[in-house]
Unconditional design. Structure first.
Length: 329
């Protein structure tokens, strides 16, 4: 399909709209993760229109971060977007998005924006939300899609849209990974071969935590099918149901673990990676409630996010995985 490149909001607003408009916001340097977002948008929009924005937002880069070296690859981005099903690539200039210079009035991310990524990168989420708000106004979509790899970003966008009554549906799309598990990111291209091997610890730590969680949940599920009392377990064992008795004992031992055990399993992998050459320098490992990104309690039930951020060499990477605790009755 032919993909149209537009540079101004007036050009975009002049297009005749039929059906739903789905928007995928990017900072360019598109890869398969972005292509997955565009393909998902195409499926949602149907006979409507898919718009991909390409804009490197200066407001969300802090001092010493990689704004100047962030890759600008518009020609390649247009090709990738078009092959994935985009009708339009909207690539505005900084002056188009911020015509009066840096805006004096901005969106505040609030307390959630000060945690994890916000603590490491002060002001980042204020800048991100400001540009997302601007691009929602400029593109006027029915639905906007964002990757779950940036879980805190996605949570904040959903909160902004709800709190400020934006008339846009927000859809999260699961993280896309390479064959070895590394989450796709535009920053992966900065990694040397040895740095990339170290960087695999991020996803490996998440998978270790997820495996520990799955084992605990499986034990609890089996426990619901066998008696919980020690006396009854002994009676069952005496008549040959040793598996049931063993499960009851294992659940009793595993129950106090919960979130703490998940964190511990992930941290073991990260501690090992800190001794590699080159080493992994951990920023944070957190197991949080996706509604506000505070650490969950040991008695937490429902959704959670296991998140990690670290540096390998000069490259900072983030990753996360969703988990669900104890929702079965």
């Amino acid at each position: 399909m032919t993909t149209t490149v537009l540079r101004t909001a007036d050009e975009l607003h002049a297009r005749v709209r039929t059906g739903r408009r789905a928007v995928v916001m990017t900072m360019g340097a598109l890869h398969e993760g972005h292509a997955t977002l565009v393909r998902t948008a195409r499926g949602i929009a149907g006979d409507g229109e898919v718009v991909v924005t390409v804009f490197v937002n200066p407001l969300q880069f802090g001092a010493g971060e990689d704004l100047d070296r962030y890759p600008r690859t518009l020609d390649a981005d247009v090709k990738i977007a078009g092959l994935a099903g985009a009708d339009v690539v909207f690539a505005p200039s900084v002056d188009e998005v911020y015509p009066g210079g840096e805006p004096q009035v901005r969106i505040s991310a609030g307390p959630m924006g000060e945690r994890l990524e916000g603590s490491t990168r002060p002001g980042h989420f204020d800048g991100m939300l400001t540009v997302v708000a601007k691009l929602l106004h400029l593109t006027r979509p029915d639905v906007a899609l964002f990757g779950q790899k940036d879980a805190q970003q996605l949570a904040l966008i959903r909160r902004m849209v709800r709190d400020l009554n934006f008339g846009t549906e927000i859809v999260g799309v699961p993280t896309v990974r390479e064959a070895d598990g590394l989450a796709l990111s535009s920053r992966n291209r900065y990694l040397s071969a040895t740095e990339r091997r170290t960087a695999l610890a991020l996803s490996q730590a998440l998978f270790a935590g997820s495996d520990r969680h799955a084992a605990q949940e499986a034990l609890r599920a089996r426990a619901r099918e066998v008696p919980a009392t020690h006396a009854r377990a002994e009676a069952l064992s005496a008549i040959g149901e040793s598996r049931a008795a063993a499960d009851t004992h294992a659940v009793a031992k595993a129950a106090p673990g919960g979130p703490a055990a998940v964190r511990a399993a992930a941290r073991l992998v990260l501690d090992d990676a800190a001794r590699l050459k080159p080493p992994l320098a951990l920023d944070y490992l957190a197991l949080v409630d996706p509604s506000d990104f505070t650490e969950i309690r040991d008695d937490h039930t429902g959704e959670a996010v296991l998140a990690v951020a670290a540096r390998v060499g000069t490259t900072r990477l983030i990753d996360n995985i969703p988990l669900t605790f104890g929702v079965a009755s």
